[in-house]
Design a binder for this molecule. Structure first.
Ligand code: NAD
Length: 480
C-alpha cells in the first residue's frame, strides 16, 4: 500500500462555479472527503445551499436568452473547445477518480476517455439531427428546452458530467450541474479544465451539495425546464414526483440487474472472462454490470471450473496498481450494503463459489470487499432481484433457451444485457427477445452514437448520440 501513503496533502474546496467564475460558497456545511482505500480524510468541501443553487439557476437563465438562439455551428465550436479543454487534463481526471472514488486505474482511464470523447460524439450527432423540416406550409424546428439541471451519481463522474454537458450544449441548453457530493475532487478538476474552454458566462454552472438541498431546489425551481438524472430508482421516483409540479422534462438513468445469457455453444475460454469482466467492471459499482450469469444446466460444472480459473485475474487491491481489477467500494456505507447482500445470499441458500463475507486479507483499512461469485442461485432470491452495486455475481442455471430468456426478463430492471455464444445468428435471435435498452453480443462494447437508457425501472428516456441531444429539445411547428 506504499503508493497510497505517498499521495498528496489535504485539498480544500470552498467554491462553486457560477456565471463563469469560481465563487465562495454561501452554504456553510463542510463535508470531509474520505479516501476509500484507507478511510483517511484527504480533503473537505463546503456544500452549496439553496441560495447558491438559485444563483446558479439565475445565471443559466440569463445565459439561455443568448445561447438558446445559437447556431449549430456555434455549438459545434463550443463542443470542440470543451473537448480540447477536458483532454488537456486527462491524466489529472484519471488520478482524481482513482484517489477519491477508488476506481482501478485500468478502468478509470477508460471512463475518463469516454467522458472526453462525449464532446466529439455530440458534435458528430449534432450534424445528423434534422433541426428544421418543412412541408407544404408547415415548418418544424427543434428548439432547446431551456435551463437543464444535471444531477449525477458517484461511480463514473467524468463520464456522466461530460456526457450530460455535451448533449445539453449541443441542444442549445444552459446547465446547472449537481454532481454527487462523493465526487467533489473529481468535479473540481473537471470544472477547472472546462473553465479553460472560455464558454459564454452562465452556460455552465456547477454547485456541489446534498441531494435533498441542491438537487431538490433544481427539481422544484420553475426556471429549470429539464432534469437529466443518473442515480438510484428511489431518488428517481422522488424527482419524477416532485418535478411534476413544474412539469419538468425528465431523463432518468437508474439502476440495473443485467443478465448475461451464456448459450450452450459458447466457447468458455473467452465467454467466462468476458462475463466476469462485465460483472466486475468498475469494481461492480456499475449500473450496467452483468450481475446475473445465466448458464445452461448441461454445462454448469464446466462453467464453475472456468470461473474458478478466470477469477485469478480479478485481483483486489490498491487501485493505482495497473494489475488490480477490483478496487474498494466508494464509502463505508456502500461497503456495508454489499456485505449485507453477501450475507443475505448465504442466508437464502445460495452457495459461495468464490469470495464471501469480510475484507480480503491485508486490505482491512479500506472499504474492500471480496469479489464474490454465488452459484445455486434462484432468480427469485434477493441477490438475483436487487441491485447490489458491488462485485457480486449470481450464477443461475437454466434448462432451455426459452427459460433463459424468461429468467433474463424476469426483473424489474431492463438497462443492459449480454448474450455469449458462437452461432451469431442464434445470439442475435436471443438478443432480440431481451427487454433491455442495450444488448451486447460476445462482450462489453460501446458506441457513443447508440442510445443508452433503460426499460422498466431502469429509467425514462435515453442518453448518447442524437437520442441524448433530442432529450433536450422541443419540436416547434410554424404553420402559415
Ligand atoms: P443516488 O440516487 O443516491 O444519488 C444520485 C444523485 O442524486 C446524487 O447527486 C444525490 O446527491 C442526488 N439526490 C439525492 N437525493 C435527491 C433528491 N431528493 N433530489 C434531487 N437529487 C437528489 O445514487 P448514487 O448512490 O449516487 O448512485 C448509485 C445509483 O446510480 C445506482 O442505483 C446505479 O445503478 C445508478 N446509476 C445508473 C446509471 C445509468 O446510466 N443508468 C449509471 C450509474 C449509476
Amino acid at each position: 500500500m506504499k503508493a497510497i501513503t505517498e499521495r498528496e496533502a489535504i485539498k480544500v474546496i470552498t467554491t462553486h462555479y457560477i456565471d463563469g467564475a469560481f465563487v465562495e460558497s454561501h452554504g456553510r456545511e463542510v463535508m470531509n472527503i474520505i479516501r476509500p482505500t484507507d478511510g483517511q480524510v484527504i480533503g473537505s468541501v463546503t456544500l452549496a445551499d439553496e441560495e447558491d443553487t438559485r444563483r446558479a439557476i439565475d445565471a443559466a437563465r440569463r445565459a439561455f436568452a443568448t445561447y438558446g438562439r445559437s447556431t449549430t455551428d456555434e455549438r459545434a465550436q463550443i463542443l470542440r473547445r470543451l473537448h480540447a479543454a477536458a483532454s488537456a487534463r486527462r491524466d489529472d481526471l484519471t488520478a482524481a477518480m482513482v484517489e477519491e472514488y477508488g476506481g482501478v486505474i485500468q478502468f478509470a482511464g477508460l471512463i475518463v476517455d469516454s467522458g472526453i470523447s462525449a464532446f466529439q460524439a455530440a458534435e458528430k450527432a449534432l450534424q445528423e439531427i434534422p433541426w428544421r423540416r418543412s412541408w407544404d406550409k408547415t415548418t418544424v424546428t427543434l428548439e432547446p428546452v431551456g435551463v437543464a439541471g444535471l444531477i449525477t451519481a458517484w461511480n463514473a463522474n467524468a463520464l456522466f458530467l461530460c456526457l450530460k454537458i455535451a448533449s445539453a450544449v449541443a441542444a442549445g441548453c444552459t446547465v446547472v450541474i449537481k454532481p454527487s457530493e462523493l465526487s467533489s475532487l473529481q468535479t473540481q478538476v473537471l470544472v477547472e479544465a472546462l473553465h479553460e474552454a472560455k464558454l459564454p458566462k452562465g452556460l455552465l454552472n456547477v454547485v456541489t451539495g446534498l441531494g435533498n438541498v441542491v438537487g431538490a431546489e433544481l427539481v422544484r425551481n420553475p426556471d429549470v425546464a429539464k432534469i437529466s438524472f443518473t442515480g438510484s430508482v428511489a431518488v428517481g421516483e422522488t424527482i419524477m414526483r416532485d418535478g411534476a409540479a413544474t412539469m419538468k422534462r425528465m431523463t432518468l438513468e437508474l439502476g440495473g440487474k443485467s443478465p448475461t445469457v451464456l448459450l450452450d455453444d459458447a466457447a468458455l475460454d473467452k465467454a467466462i472472462p468476458a462475463a466476469l469482466t462485465m460483472a466486475f467492471m468498475n469494481s461492480g459499482q456499475a449500473c450496467a454490470a452483468g450481475t446475473r450469469l445465466l448458464v445452461p444446466m448441461s454445462r454448469l460444472d464446466e462453467v464453475k471450473r472456468a470461473i474458478l480459473d478466470a477469477m485469478r485475474a480479478f485481483t483486489v487491491g490498491d487501485p493505482v496498481d495497473p494489475n488490480i481489477a477490483v478496487g474498494p467500494m466508494v464509502s463505508q456505507k456502500q461497503y456495508e450494503r454489499v456485505e449485507s447482500y453477501i450475507r443475505k445470499g448465504i442466508e437464502e441458500g445460495a452457495e459461495v463459489l468464490v469470495g464471501g463475507e469480510g475484507r480480503p486479507e491485508g486490505l482491512e483499512a479500506g472499504y474492500f470487499v471480496k469479489p464474490t461469485v454465488f452459484v445455486n442461485v434462484k432468480n427469485d432470491m434477493t441477490i438475483a432481484q436487487e441491485e447490489i452495486f458491488g462485485p457480486v455475481l449470481s450464477v443461475i442455471a437454466y434448462d432451455s433457451e426459452d427459460e433463459a430468456i424468461r429468467i433474463a426478463n424476469d426483473s424489474k430492471y431492463g438497462l443492459h444485457a449480454a448474450v455469449l455464444g458462437t452461432d451469431i445468428q442464434r445470439a442475435r435471435q436471443v438478443a432480440s427477445q431481451l427487454r433491455a435498452g442495450r444488448v451486447v453480443i460476445n462482450g462489453m462494447t460501446d458506441d457513443p452514437q447508440a442510445p443508452w437508457g433503460g426499460f422498466k425501472y431502469s429509467g425514462v428516456g435515453r442518453e448518447y448520440g442524437r437520442y441524448g441531444i433530442e432529450a433536450f429539445l422541443e419540436p416547434k411547428a410554424v404553420l402559415e
